[in-house]
Structures are given as C-alpha cells and as structure tokens.
Write a protein that binds this ligand. Structure first.
Ligand SMILES: [Zn+2]
Ligand SMILES: [Zn+2]
Length: 89
C-alpha cells in the first residue's frame, strides 16, 4: 500500500471553500450575487451565471473535485478516482 502525503497547503492553510460551476466548469471563490427585479437575491457562477456546487480538494490526490459528487470517508473527502482506489484496497 502506498501513501502519498502531498498536501497542497497555501499560505494560512485556510479552509475556504471553492465553488465549481456545473455549467461552464470554472472554479471560483466568490459566487456572483445578482438581484432580480422583484428584489430576490440569487447566487450564481460569476462567469456564466449558472448553477454551482461547493467543491473541495481531494484529501488523497489534492485535486479539485470537479463534479458535484464527492465521497466522505471518515473525516476525509475523496474524488471519484481515489474513492475507487481506496475501496479496492
Ligand atoms: Zn459558469
Ligand atoms: Zn483524489
């Protein structure tokens, strides 16, 4: 069994979430807020105004999990691929 301990930790090691647009696939930190005519506030993708989901770095490979699917095993979050790998071990 092989462990990779690459941690992609940038300054401050913040836990700030990123968001992933489901329409255009862009990653962004701050959703765009627009106000509809009747005053309702909507959060959306700043690039295409599409729907977005929270996204995380995979705790195994450090990649952004680029789908609305991720797996939480214990306290760690995994992408599809790593989840497959782990479940095969
Ligand atoms: Zn978008
Ligand atoms: Zn992964």
């Amino acid at each position: 069994m092989q462990f990779t301990t690459t941690r992609l930790c940038h300054s401050g090691c913040s836990n700030s979430n990123m968001y992933l647009c489901l329409d255009c696939g862009e990653l962004f930190q701050e959703p765009f807020m627009y106000v509809e005519k009747h005053g309702e506030q909507q959060m959306c993708c700043p690039y295409c105004k599409g729907d977005y989901v929270d996204t995380f770095r995979c705790d195994e490979c450090g990649e952004w999990i680029c789908s609305d699917k991720y797996y939480i095993i214990g306290k760690r979050k995994y992408c599809d691929e790593c989840c497959m790998k782990i479940s095969l071990e």
